[in-house]
Ligand binder design. Structure first.
Ligand code: G6P
Length: 367
């Protein structure tokens, strides 16, 4: 099918703006009309014999896996190993009985991810994939393929596929938690309700677009940008730095906030913007002290947080973006938006080819 930019300057802008709709589709697909229970396709997935997860992917899909590790471990108490496909397949890792091997791929055709799936074929208990293209090789070779329903994604830098991958992975983690009796009915219902409300919240969050655009004019001047996050925000910081590199060509790196003092703090001076993703959750106070370490060295802090977080943060923040409040479990899906918008507007300010960045391909089907 022919896809056009629907009035946007770039496919990437269109795909960022589409996220409330496509996530609504995914939520409806997996939570059904009532929205109160989880339905997986093809008779679903039995977690009874599963005691471990191995998740494998490349690029942005890999960061979706790193995020999902927190969900599967915290909500379902399942140990999770995550690796990039090119490392996993050559490491000859033991894949024991009781392992669910989970492959995440927008295209479903990434050569390394497909090879990793084939490596697991006769070893894992079940092979499951989370894909955007249901007729892809990875989907066909899985025992169960879960569609993310993001629709065609044209921009080389993945945006709506990432947030839809996260949505489906969270639903899968909740289903595992439910089957294993690791989550109370009340907590499950409150998270399902937060998921049902997510499209509207994302719609509100899109209003940060003008703030992100203004900020990006300044970010476009930087040589290096550092992204920091803790817990669920750490993989998102990695994804934010990847997006920034891919399309603006600015060197960007991400660190777990607690690792700041073990190296990257040496890079901080007044020329380095430090983007801190930190909703006001249980780890917020720790992140505030990391920000102070940055500010004490003249670093310019961009704080992305909610109203409570911005109120509680100390003076001296250089720029901020205020996000709507949401259950902390869902913050990666919401905070993906400002990460994408900053990369997008910075790239536009630099005049790069946003939808077709140099040297990159949408789908890497060779090794
Ligand atoms: C390429 C794309 C990335 C994507 C990665 C994995 O590098 O440029 O945006 O995240 O491949 O692709 P997949 O289709 O397997 O998700």
């Amino acid at each position: 099918t022919q896809v056009d930019k629907a009035g946007h300057k770039h496919f990437m802008a269109k795909e960022i703006a589409e996220q409330p709709q496509v996530i609504a589709e995914a939520v409806k697909h997996y939570l059904g009309q009532s929205g109160h229970s989880i339905t997986l396709p093809d008779g679903g997935l039995d977690f009874t014999g599963i005691d471990r997860l191995v998740m494998v992917a490349c690029g942005t899909a890999y960061y979706a896996c790193l995020t999902a590790k927190y969900w599967f471990e915290q909500l379902a108490r399942l140990p999770v190993e995550v690796d990039v496909a090119s490392e996993f397949r050559y490491r000859e890792p033991p894949v024991t009985e009781g392992t669910l091997a989970l492959f995440v791929s927008q295209s479903g055709e990434t050569a390394d991810t497909l090879a990793a799936l084939r490596y697991c074929r006769d070893k894992a208990e079940r092979i499951v994939s989370v894909v955007n293209v249901p007729e892809s090789s990875i989907a066909r070779e899985s025992d169960l393929a879960l569609p993310i329903l993001a629709g065609t994604e044209i921009g080389v830098a993945s945006t709506k596929a990432f947030s839809c991958q996260l949505t489906v992975l969270l639903i899968l983690a909740l289903e595992a938690a439910r089957q294993k009796g690791r989550i109370s009915e009340e907590r499950l219902e409150s998270l399902l309700s937060a998921l049902r409300g997510l499209p509207a919240t994302l719609g509100n969050a899109l209003e940060t677009d003008t703030m992100a655009e203004a900020l990006s004019l300044e970010l476009a001047e930087a040589q290096d940008i550092l992204f920091l996050g803790r817990g669920l925000m750490y993989p998102l910081a990695l994804e934010g730095a990847l997006k920034m590199k891919e399309i603006s060509y600015i060197h960007a790196e991400a660190y777990a906030s607690g690792e700041l003092k073990h190296g990257p703090i040496a890079l901080i001076d007044k020329h380095v913007p430090v983007v801190v993703m930190a909703p006001r959750d249980a780890l917020f106070e720790k992140t505030v002290s990391n920000m102070q370490e940055v500010m004490a060295r003249g670093g310019r802090v961009v704080l992305i947080s909610d109203h409570a977080g911005l109120e509680a943060a100390q003076d001296g923040i250089w720029r901020s973006i205020e996000m709507p409040m949401v259950d902390p479990v869902l913050t990666p899906i919401l905070y993906a938006l400002p990460a994408q918008l900053m990369a997008y507007h910075t790239a536009v300010a630099k005049g790069t080819d946003v939808d077709q960045p140099r040297n990159l391909a949408k789908s890497v089907t060779v090794e």
